[in-house]
Design a protein around this ligand. Structure first.
Ligand code: FVH
Length: 297
C-alpha cells in the first residue's frame, strides 16, 4: 500500500536548531518550507529539498504546522506579530527558549489571534536532534501535540505536560538549573585538583562515574521533599555541615574560590541555625522553595 504523503511543515529560524529540525523533517518525508530573518542560511537545506520562502508571510502560508525556533521571547514577537493574521487557524509549535510566563504570554497572544499554540523545551544540543538522547518537552494545545506528534517525534522523544503552556518551559529551566549547578560543581572540584597539578580530563574520569552514581540516589530523597518530613537516622544536616565545612577549608587551603560551594554551605548553615541539624540534607529544599508552597503529601 502506498504511504500517505507527509504533511507540510514550515520552520521559522535557521539557527543551529532550526537547521537541525529542518534536516529531520525533510528526512521524515515532510515537504518543508524554511525562512530566516537574515538570508543566506538556507543553501544546504534547499539542496536537501527544502523550499525557501522569500518572506515570513509566504513561509507561514505554506503549512498548517509552523515550527518556530528563534533566539528568545522578544524575537518571537518581532517575527510573528506582523504575520498574526496569516497564522490564524494554523498550529504554532514554539521551541524557542522562553521563561514559563513568557510562554504563557505567547499562548494568550496566540489564542487572541485564533492560533493553536504548543510550547516546547529542547533538552538537546543541535547535533543530538533526531538521535535517541534528544528529549523535547511540550505543553499547551493537546490538539496540536496529538495531531503533529509523529512529526515532532522526528526531532527526539516527545513528552506532553498539559494545557499550561508554561509547564514545559518550567521543566526545561528546572532541568537546566540542575545541569548548571552540576557543571559548576565539577569546575570547583577541577579547580581543587589543579592545585595538585591534576588535569581536568583526569579528574573527569573520577567525577563522571561518581556524579552518575550520586544522581541515582536522587529519588530516595523525594518523599522527604514532597511531604516535608525530613526525619533521618543517616547522614544528618549536622553530618553534612561538617563535611561541607571541611571542603570549604580544603578549598581555601588550595587557593580555590568559594563562589560555587559557598551557597551550598549557606543553605546547610541556615537549616542548622534554625534547629534542624538532626534532619536530612534534603531539608535545604525548605530554604529554596517558594514561601507560599505547602508540602504536597
Ligand atoms: N543551541 C543549543 O544548544 C540550545 C539547546 C537548547 C535550546 N536552545 C534554544 O533554541 C533556540 C534557538 O537556538 P539556536 O541554537 O538555533 O540559536 P542561534 O543559532 O543563535 O539562532 C538564533 C535564530 O534566531 C533568529 N533571530 C534572532 N532574533 C530574531 C528576530 N528579532 N527576528 C527573527 N529572527 C531572529 C536568528 O536569525 P538571524 O540572526 O540569522 O537573522 C537565528 O535564526 C534558542 O531559544 C536557544 O536558547 C538551543
Amino acid at each position: 500500500m502506498a504511504e500517505l504523503p507527509r504533511s507540510p511543515i514550515t520552520v521559522l529560524g535557521l539557527g543551529a536548531m532550526g537547521r537541525a529540525f529542518t534536516r529531520e523533517f525533510l528526512g521524515g518525508g515532510h515537504p518543508t518550507t524554511v525562512w530566516n530573518r537574515t538570508p543566506g542560511k538556507d543553501g544546504e537545506l534547499v539542496a536537501a529539498g527544502a523550499a525557501a520562502a522569500a518572506t515570513i508571510g509566504e513561509a507561514v502560508r505554506a503549512s498548517r504546522l509552523v515550527v518556530v525556533c528563534l533566539l528568545d521571547h522578544r524575537s518571537v514577537h518581532e517575527a510573528l506579530d506582523p504575520v498574526a493574521g496569516a497564522l490564524e487557524g494554523r498550529a504554532v509549535v514554539n521551541l524557542t527558549s522562553t521563561t514559563p510566563d513568557e510562554a504563557r504570554e505567547l499562548a494568550a497572544w496566540a489564542k487572541g489571534h485564533g492560533i493553536d499554540y504548543l510550547d516546547g523545551g529542547i533538552m538537546a544540543t543541535p547535533d543530538m536532534i533526531g538521535q535517541p538522547p534528544a528529549s523535547l518537552l511540550y505543553s499547551g494545545s493537546r490538539t496540536v501535540f496529538d495531531e503533529h506528534g509523529p512529526a515532532l517525534r522526528l526531532l527526539g522523544s516527545a513528552d506532553y505536560f498539559g494545557e499550561d503552556a508554561g509547564l514545559a518551559s518550567l521543566y526545561d529551566f528546572a532541568l537546566l538549573a540542575g545541569m548548571y549547578l552540576m557543571f559548576a560543581g565539577f569546575s570547583h572540584g577541577a579547580a581543587m585538583m589543579r592545585s595538585a597539578g591534576v588535569p581536568a580530563a583526569e579528574f573527569a574520569e573520577r567525577a563522571v562515574p561518581w556524579l552518575t552514581a550520586m544522581a541515582q540516589t536522587i529519588p530516595f530523597g523525594t518523599t522527604a521533599v514532597d511531604t516535608g518530613d525530613y526525619t533521618t537516622d543517616v547522614q544528618s544536616l549536622d553530618f553534612n555541615k561538617a563535611a561541607v565545612d571541611a571542603i570549604v577549608r580544603a578549598s581555601r587551603d588550595a587557593g580555590v574560590g568559594l563562589d560555587a560551594i559557598a551557597p551550598v554551605k549557606a543553605l546547610i548553615d541556615r537549616q542548622v541555625a534554625d534547629g534542624h541539624g538532626a534532619e536530612s540534607f534534603n531539608r535545604i529544599f525548605e530554604g529554596l522553595k517558594p514561601v507560599s508552597a505547602p508540602p504536597l503529601g
